[in-house]
Design a protein around this ligand. Structure first.
Ligand SMILES: [Zn+2]
Length: 336
């Protein structure tokens, strides 16, 4: 992917952003659900800022020297600030602390050197921060200084799945531009083009986000989720210690696993209160059967939200899973 093409559902949003932007703010914050293509949108925007076509329109031309540098992935005036890949450093064994990728203050200092340089090609210098919520506190403060007094020509595109987790001071320095959930039909058509057999189902699983749905259709964790949902469907027989152990062993991102739980509980509550299933239509029978307990799960849903907020911080995963599963089982025991 060279970052120059949009996903088919993004054109309208693109046009809306580019319309009437004789003066783009020096810092944009693109927000929206995970899995809708925010990163590609940001990359294309970067390409547009850098495009040197005479009489530039609202699309990067794709043929000028700058666009070709960009497509080749080595434009000298373009930087992506993203968390380092710590996966290789993760040690085996239960004692090893999981490391969660963050953007650190050294990364931002390095970036500031780039931002303060003169542009190689005499135009803008563009930085994409993805995702902005992985800036740790020191890094966010270092970036804030630059956002407050940006050198001429410096352009920032921050991308966030959860913009409320950003420092308010960072948010206030950016123009927030939300990217909407794609229109359902466009998303389904795109998935079908990519060989997904049941686009509707996977879109449901992913709350409508097409890239997440594509992953959902072919992920290697499908069996793990299937097993978890089957356990959740039988709370009376759920072996908390065993299931928590399996989940920990899977080494999956806690945010992903907790999201499965959140969707399951969302569906239970929604089924109980409104008779509607949003995420797991393939589990409708189980959800219907369990949904008489919906009112008891409202508190639990809040607890999951809190757990999701903490999922990116170092924590004892097995304990987190045990607690969450215990609370789930307890919610069904109550009031029997
Ligand atoms: Zn160009």
């Amino acid at each position: 992917m060279n970052g120059l093409t949009l996903y088919p559902w993004q054109q309208t949003t693109w046009d809306a952003l580019l319309a009437g932007t004789a003066r783009m703010p020096h810092a944009l914050l693109l927000t929206g659900e995970a899995g809708i293509g925010k990163r590609r949108f940001a990359e294309r925007l970067a390409a547009w800022f850098l495009c040197e076509a005479p009489g530039k329109t609202s699309e990067p031309c794709g043929v000028c020297e700058s666009c070709r540098w960009f497509a080749a992935g080595n434009h000298p005036d373009y930087r992506v600030l993203a968390p380092g890949d710590d996966a290789d450093e993760e040690e085996e064994g239960t004692k090893a602390k999981r490391r969660f990728p963050t953007i650190g203050v050294d990364d931002v200092r390095e970036l500031n050197d780039f931002v303060n340089l003169t542009s190689h090609r005499g135009g803008a210098r563009v930085t994409v921060v993805y995702p902005a919520e992985s800036l740790n506190l020191a890094a966010a403060n270092a970036l804030l200084k630059t956002l407050e007094e940006p050198p001429a020509g410096a352009q920032f595109i921050l991308v966030a799945h959860h913009w409320r987790r950003l420092l308010p001071t960072i948010r206030s320095r950016c123009r927030i531009f939300p990217l909407p959930m794609p229109e359902h039909r466009a998303a389904a058509a795109w998935l079908a083009q990519h060989g997904v057999v049941d686009p509707e189902l996977h879109l449901h699983h992913s709350g409508g986000a097409p890239l997440a749905a594509l992953e959902d259709a072919g992920a290697d964790w499908l069996g793990t989720r299937r097993a978890l949902l089957e356990h959740l469907a039988n709370p009376g027989a759920l072996d908390v210690l065993a299931v928590a152990g399996e989940l920990e062993k899977s080494k999956l991102d806690a945010a992903l696993v907790i999201a499965w739980l959140q969707k399951w509980v969302y569906d239970l509550v929604s089924m109980g209160l409104a008779g509607v299933v949003r995420y797991y239509p393939d589990c409708k029978d189980d959800l219907t059967r369990l949904s008489v307990r919906a009112p008891q799960l409202l508190k639990y849903a809040e607890r999951l939200l809190e757990a999701q907020r903490l999922a990116h911080h170092p924590l004892n995963l097995r304990l987190v899973y045990e607690t969450l599963l215990n609370d789930y089982v307890a919610a069904f025991r109550k009031g029997r």
